[in-house]
Design a binder for this molecule. Sequence first.
Ligand SMILES: [Zn+2]
Length: 137
Amino acid sequence: MLILKKDDYDKLLKHCQEGLPNEACGLIAGRRDGEVKTIEKVYLLSNVDESREHFTMDPREQFAAVKDARKNNLELLGNFHSHPETPSRPSEEDKRLAHDSASEYMILSLMEEENPVLNSFHIDKDKNVSRNEIKVI
Ligand SMILES: [Zn+2]
């Protein structure tokens, strides 16, 4: 299970909405307690691809986020990105680019404007996808 605070969810949602029509992205950091991961900080990064179908995180922002997480004793839990026009599940490219089976890959679908859908996935080395439950508190 992945726990996300309502404030952070709102921040993430707003960042993705403001990024439209392109994909938006960022990193999540927090703490791990057995099977439960709690997100303590959401980093909103720029998508240097400026694309509707893929994203690349700004490497300098990424570096700054990793440094900040370390400074705050937080573990990097994974990343998030938006799907402006497609459902909340990893695309073939998302799977191809997923190299860390322990990482959370969160995808926020904005396909239905009134009904954003956020899921988190694990992608193993054979590219099998499983969904991890997100609890917004
Ligand atoms: Zn994607």
